[in-house]
Design a protein around this ligand. Structure first.
Ligand code: GUN
Length: 296
C-alpha cells in the first residue's frame, strides 16, 4: 500500500473531546445542557448497534441523552405523537429517528414532522433546501457528508477549487448533500450512480472520489486515478465464510487494490463511520448554542 490512511477514528476522537469541552462551557455559562433524543423503531440489529453508539457518545460529551425504543408494530401516528412531544420539549435540542423504519411508517412524513431547528440529521426538506441553495451554514448538514468533508480537508487543505470530484451514489442522506458541499467548495462535481454509463471511466477522472452506493468493493484499483483522494462511505457485511461467525465488514471500495493507486484513502471500519457520530454530536451542540443565543 502506498496511500496515506485517513484515520477517521482519531479525527472523530479529537472532535468529540472538543465538543465535550464546549458543552461543559455552555452549561457553565448559559445553564444549557445539549439534549439529544434518539428514536429507534423495531429490532434491526445493525440499527440497534448504531443507535447505542450514538446514545453512548452523547453521554460521553456530557449531553442529556435519551433513547426511545419502540416496537416493530408501532404505527405512524404513534411515532408522529412522539416526535411532536420531543419537538415541544425544551430539554431536547436534537431529534434523530433512526432509518430504515418499518414498512407501515412513511419515513418522509416522519422526517417532515421533526422541527427543522432540531433536525440534527439534516434530513428535513428545509435543511436539504438550504444546503442545495448554498446556505449550508444556516442548515444542519447531514452527518456523513459533513464528516467526509472534514476528512477531505485534512488531506487537501482548503484548496479544493477546480478539483474534479466524483460522488458515486445519489441518496438524499449522502450522495446529494455530499455533491452540494463539494460544489460549495468550488469542486467540479459529477454525481454517478447505478445507471451511469462507463462508471470506471467516470471514476478515473476524479481527484476526489466518494463512494456511497452500498455495493461491496465495487470500486476497483484501475478505476482510480493515481494520486486521488478516496473516501469510502460504504459499510457492507459480506456473507460469513466457512468457520466464521460473522462476515467481514467491507466498504464500497476494494481497499487493497485502490490503496495502491490513491494518495489517501479512508478505511472501513475506522474511516467515515466514526466521523458520522462525531458530526451528530456537533450538530446537537450547534442546536443547543443557537437555542442559547451563543455563536459556535
Ligand atoms: N441510518 C443509517 N444512517 C443513518 C443516519 O445517519 N441517520 C439516521 N437517522 N438513520 C440512519
Amino acid at each position: 500500500m502506498t496511500a496515506q490512511l485517513i484515520d477517521g477514528k482519531a479525527s472523530a476522537a479529537a472532535l468529540i473531546a472538543r465538543i465535550a469541552t464546549d458543552a461543559a462551557l455552555l452549561l457553565e455559562t448559559k445553564q444549557v445542557r445539549p439534549g439529544l433524543a434518539v428514536v429507534i423503531v423495531g429490532d434491526d440489529p445493525a440499527s440497534q448497534v448504531y443507535v447505542a453508539n450514538k446514545s453512548r457518545t452523547a453521554e460521553r460529551c456530557g449531553f442529556h441523552s435519551v433513547q426511545h425504543t419502540l416496537g416493530p408494530d408501532t404505527s405512524e401516528v404513534q411515532l408522529l405523537a412522539l416526535v411532536a412531544k420531543l419537538n415541544a420539549d425544551p430539554a431536547i435540542h436534537g431529534i434523530l429517528v433512526q432509518l430504515p423504519l418499518p414498512k407501515q411508517i412513511a419515513a418522509n412524513a416522519v422526517i417532515r414532522a421533526i422541527d427543522p431547528a432540531k433536525d440534527v440529521d439534516g434530513f428535513h426538506d428545509i435543511n436539504a433546501g438550504r444546503i442545495a441553495s448554498g446556505a449550508a451554514h444556516e442548515a444542519f448538514v447531514p452527518c456523513t457528508p459533513a464528516g467526509a468533508m472534514i476528512l477531505i480537508r485534512e488531506v487537501l487543505g482548503e484548496a479544493l477549487a477546480g478539483k474534479n470530484a466524483v460522488v458515486v451514489g445519489r441518496s438524499n442522506i449522502v450522495g446529494k448533500p455530499m455533491a452540494s458541499l463539494l460544489l460549495a467548495a468550488d469542486c467540479t462535481v459529477t454525481i454517478a450512480h447505478s445507471r451511469t454509463a462507463d462508471l470506471p471511466a467516470v471514476c478515473r477522472g476524479a481527484d476526489i472520489l466518494v463512494a456511497a452506493v452500498g455495493r461491496p468493493e465495487l470500486i476497483r484499483g484501475d478505476w482510480v486515478k493515481p494520486g486521488a483522494v478516496v473516501v469510502d462511505v460504504g459499510i457492507n457485511r459480506l456473507p460469513a465464510a466457512p468457520g466464521e461467525a460473522k462476515g467481514r465488514l467491507v466498504g464500497d471500495v476494494a481497499f487493497d487494490e485502490v490503496a495502491a493507486h490513491a494518495a489517501a484513502i479512508t478505511p472501513v471500519p475506522g474511516g467515515v463511520g466514526p466521523m458520522t457520530i462525531a458530526l451528530l454530536m456537533l450538530n446537537t451542540l450547534t442546536s443547543a448554542c443557537r437555542h442559547a443565543g451563543v455563536a459556535i
